[in-house]
Design a protein around this ligand. Sequence first.
Ligand code: SF4
Ligand code: SF4
Length: 354
Amino acid sequence: MEKVAIEGCYTYDTDLLKKLLSSMFQEIDFFPIKNARVLIKPNLLTSRTPEQAVTTHPIIIKAIAELLKDYSCSISVGDSPGFGSTNKVLISSGIMEIIKQLGLNIANFNNNIIKKINGISPYREFLFGDDPDQYDFVINVPKLKTHGMMGMTLGVKNTFGFIHSLEKAKWHLRAGQNRSLFASMLIDIHTIAHPHLTVLDGIVGMDGDGPSSGRPRKLGVLGVSKNAFALDDYIEKLTHLPFPTPINQLAFKHGMIPDYKVAGNNIPSIGEFLLPRSMDTDWSIPRFAKKLLKNVFTKKPKVRGNICKGCGICSKVCPAEALTVSDNKPCFDYSKCIRCYCCQEMCPEGAIKT
Ligand code: SF4
Ligand code: SF4
């Protein structure tokens, strides 16, 4: 039986986190080995400060790295951001400072490694920015957030970061508006990445229009498991989601959510948890109507008020070329738009809503 350890924790304090994590590691039977080569893979979605709760908090990374240093591990930290270079996002997230303080390595995720799988999606190979197989341990460190297309981004979704930045748009385009197809691809990528440990940063998470324009929320959740499907399943229950996310639904269908037991002395209770507006109608209408009227019922991205600065990032990340910016104003072609919400995710001003 798999184990999930959850603790209530309301502050980013290195000593407190080291103490909690070291007992949680024991609880789930995770024991680092001496001199291991370790990759820590946070959520480095895009350039934001730790207070914005878009990226994994640097103190969690520090606590994990200091625990591993006791075992003389060689530690690399990296991810492939949705926009911007790994280095740039490491700096804004505050993680670069930890890398320098502790003498860690940077994994730039700018390689082209073909990984093959015969999994649950129709796709048989993926181009990875870094090879998980070159490490003794891969430690997946997601942020607990809502997600416009997938409902939530937790442990399984976080490994999409293994895909090379430039390739991410292609996968969005292939899946189009089919959330289940996109979820199947995310599950296959997670299976290839096979992290040995997932540490969820939900101390301050995000609800509402996540993963970048929602509300930072002090949720007090620190979660650890060797199995991200089990951890994600429990977090969906803890946040009282009215329906399973597409990833969880598919994982359940394919028997990928193992039996698990939850350990924890101080499990936080989460009150109201807002979902992204993009999920409002999409989940409440009957399946047949959803299929027929997808374009009508799936929320359209729109520009909010006059917050837009005309930077053009939304147009650069749009996989469907459905968005142009002229005279500093974004203009959507909804006949091409696949409702992936990448424009909303990457807008640095939070100017796009659904
Ligand atoms: S909507 Fe956001 S990303 Fe797009 S041009 Fe305006 S500020 Fe930039
Ligand atoms: S306009 Fe936005 S939601 Fe539509 S396809 Fe482009 S990035 Fe995705």
